[in-house]
Design a protein around this ligand. Structure first.
Ligand SMILES: Nc1ncnc2c1ncn2[C@@H]1O[C@H](COP(=O)(O)OP(=O)(O)OP(=O)(O)O)[C@@H](O)[C@H]1O
Ligand SMILES: [Mg+2]
Length: 327
């Protein structure tokens, strides 16, 4: 979690902290025990090591893996009611869940490529069960919900700099269990999730090299791809990550007739030593690690260790959203 405040032209850090959750507190995106989660978060807020938490409002993200997004091409001349009907019709066709079990939202992105009578409309749908569990959590925390958004939208807000804002960028959040992909073109345009993450790398090292999980995790972090044995063990998982990136870039570039100009990585596993070089070489596109702290003044708090930086992207982007809204 992260709390920021505006001070003149600066964005100042008020507090930050990070804690691993017990297994099974979040199951398929649903917070299984909101009261328990609230208790853990309150403890974290009161005992945070850096800064303090004083906010009354909260912006939270729901996991990309459990959210459905799709860009639809719909006629520009639809009335508000017709637009809603078209979006619900599409959700009903393409999501394997009853629309009555979903919270559905949409955003008109702008004119479709080469079709002057059509608009691109971003459809976002999440299971009501997930949204309700977040609402219960926020109530149990005694905070006011300001917004919920998909994690990638916040990651993109934190990572795409002003300099890059007219580019087409693939943001890849490589976490522990999942990698989330999002294409940015002035807004989140398309997203996808792959069930590959740091755990796969650790498991591979553990299996191939016959090490227990903790040793394998340590070796992964200290050596990364610069150790030939470790590299050999991780290669299959890395190759599937790379192949998936290649596929999704090709699909995006054809579908939207836009060339993806660069890839920005974030998430803890983006720190894997040698990963950016590996991806740059094999994708033939510029790949860099995004720094979500780049526009934030952390003084007088202790700066976030570089290796941990990438894991804060989502929380920073969420906090930025609240500030953009002038709250
Ligand atoms: N220096 C490093 N080198 C390689 N991997 C690292 C490094 N530092 C952290 N990781 C990995 O990052 C992962 C955690 O990343 P992150 O905190 O972004 O995950 P998460 O958001 O909790 O998971 P998910 O998004 O998959 O639900 C772990 O698998 C960890 O091993
Ligand atoms: Mg994550």
């Amino acid at each position: 979690m992260v709390q920021l405040k505006k001070k003149k032209s600066l964005t100042k850090l008020v507090g930050y902290g990070r804690e691993a959750l017990p297994e099974n507190l979040v199951i398929e995106g649903i917070i299984s025990d909101p009261e328990k989660m609230a208790k853990l978060i309150k403890e974290m807020m009161s005992k945070v090591k850096e800064g303090k938490f004083t906010a009354e409002k909260v912006v939270a993200s729901i996991p990309d893996a459990n959210v459905f997004t799709r860009v639809l091409e719909l006629p520009k001349n639809l009335s508000g009611k017709e637009l809603k009907e078209a979006v619900y019709w599409e959700a009903d066709q393409s999501i394997p869940m009853a629309v009555t079990d979903l919270v559905i939202d949409w955003q008109v992105l702008g004119p479709s490529h080469g079709k002057k009578d059509m608009n691109d409309v971003l459809l976002v749908a999440a299971p009501t069960s997930i949204i309700n569990s977040y609402v219960q959590l926020i109530q149990a925390l005694n905070l006011q919900p300001e917004a919920l958004e998909i994690s990638l939208a916040s990651v993109i807000r934190a990572l795409v700099s002003n300099k890059d804002k007219d580019e087409t960028i693939l943001v890849a959040d490589i976490g522990q269990k999942f990698t989330n992909f999002g294409f940015y073109e002035h807004a989140l345009k398309m997203s996808d999730t792959l069930e590959v993450g740091g755990d796969n790398f650790t498991d591979a090292i553990s299996n191939v090299m016959g090490l227990d999980g903790a040793k394998a995790e340590k070796l992964k972090i200290s050596s990364g791809l610069k150790d030939k044995k470790v590299e050999g063990a991780i290669k299959p998982a890395l190759a599937s990550l790379r192949d998936e990136m290649q596929k999704i870039i090709k699909y995006h570039d054809e579908r939207f007739e836009e060339k993806t100009a660069k890839v920005i990585l974030c998430g803890g596993s983006s720190n894997l030593i040698g990963l950016t070089e590996f991806l740059t070489d094999s994708l033939g596109i510029q790949v860099k690690i995004g720094n979500p702290w780049v526009n934030i003044d952390t003084y007088p708090l202790k700066p976030v260790p570089r290796a941990e930086s990438a894991a804060y992207a989502s929380a920073i982007g969420l906090s930025l959203r609240a500030m953009e809204a002038g709250k």
